[in-house]
Design a protein around this ligand. Structure first.
Ligand code: KG4
Ligand code: ZN
Length: 334
């Protein structure tokens, strides 16, 4: 019989995914993990904040119900609510925070506020329940690209992007290439069979000990390459351009992550966030980490992109606000 005495119900609505999950109180195993990805944004080529808030409002009840049903748990069996409170789109976050507060208050439960980025890192504990700090974590998503050293006591920022996030660079590159949204998977698909070395794309901030990222030069480089081609040329070269662009993003990310692990002498590295779903990044890091005898944890793709199981995993080791002290808890965009 499954032990059902202590359960976390986690909610995540920081961007364009409406998510709920149920986890055990240890937070190392998800009994359900429901993600509704909003399709309303596709035609705009990017997430529209107000559209996201409305879609969360319409979907969240159903997503929470499905998470409970899939876990075979009733609300009466839930012992704690967890919710993303920052960073993210303020209206979108507020939908999740209001729902979490209402559920927690109605059932006299404690509530744990969770930082979205800590959630992405905590996905690694679900992927590998034996993982323990210290490790270096790379978060590469549509909104963030940053390196952290992770210790028992918390996360410490080592470096971050000076301009676009890696996912944003992929999304913008895909748009320039006339591919779909989200750009990461679209570029990967278009790059299949392409020659990544046919075009020379820049990898910025290569100098020693630099742990920051920059993707604006890469974008400009693609723009100039496209300007030099006519429509027929773009069509013919698309697969090579996509392969080269993707390879430059992958190289920037893996180079800095491995450098950070070397500088901080950690035995393990973690990659999280939507871009960690990228197959060629996973391949490159698997090879490099084997060579350096580094433990590598990259959660499976559905735990890399936004989800609520990672929020529950982060909540498991964070303090809960007791009932009813969380009524004035607020969401923050940064
Ligand atoms: O973490 P996430 O789901 O949402 C944010 O918090 O931003 O990340 C979304 C980003 C998008 O930019 C998307 O293009 C990228 O992750 N992404 C990928 C892949 N799947 C999603 N990038 C590269 N390869 C993928 N397979
Ligand atoms: Zn995210």
């Amino acid at each position: 019989m499954r032990y059902k005495d202590s359960m976390i119900l986690a909610i995540e609505t920081s961007c364009d995914d409406t998510c709920a999950a149920v986890l055990d109180e240890e937070g190392r195993s998800a009994l359900s993990n429901i993600v509704h990805t909003q399709t309303e944004h596709e035609r705009y080529g990017g997430v529209v904040p107000e559209v996201a808030s409305r879609a969360h409002l319409e979907r969240l009840d159903g997503v929470v119900e499905k998470a409970l049903a899939d876990a075979d748990v009733t609300l009466d069996e839930v012992t704690r609510i967890a919710v993303t409170v920052s960073p993210g789109l303020i209206g979108a976050l507020l939908v999740g925070v209001s729902a979490a507060k209402s559920l927690a208050y109605a059932h006299k439960l404690p509530l744990t506020p969770v930082n979205h980025l800590e959630g992405h890192v905590a996905a690694a504990y679900l992927a590998d329940p034996t993982l323990e700090p210290p490790f270096v974590a790379l978060i590469a998503s549509g909104g963030h690209t940053a390196l952290y050293s992770v210790a028992e006591s918390g996360m410490n920022l080592l470096g971050e992007t000076l301009d676009d996030a890696a996912g944003e660079a992929l999304d913008k590159g895909a748009r320039m290439l006339g591919l779909g949204f989200p750009g990461g998977p679209a570029i990967s698909k278009a790059a299949r069979g392409g020659d990544p070395s046919r075009y020379d794309f820049p990898v910025a901030l290569k100098e020693k000990n630099n742990l920051n990222f920059s993707f604006s030069g890469l974008k400009t480089s693609l723009l100039y390459k496209l300007k030099a081609l006519d429509a027929k040329g773009v069509k013919e070269e698309l697969t090579h351009l996509a392969a080269g662009y993707e390879a430059a993003v992958v190289e920037a990310l893996s180079r800095k992550l491995l450098r950070a692990a070397g500088l901080h002498e950690t035995p393990a590295v973690v990659v999280a966030g939507g871009v960690a779903a990228n197959a060629s990044l996973r391949r490159a890091l698997t090879q490099e980490c084997e060579r350096r005898d580094l433990k590598l944890v990259i959660p499976q793709p559905e735990l890399c992109t936004d989800n609520a199981a990672m929020i529950g995993a982060a909540a498991a080791t964070a303090p809960a606000v007791p009932y009813p002290d969380y009524l004035d808890l607020n969401a923050r965009s940064v």
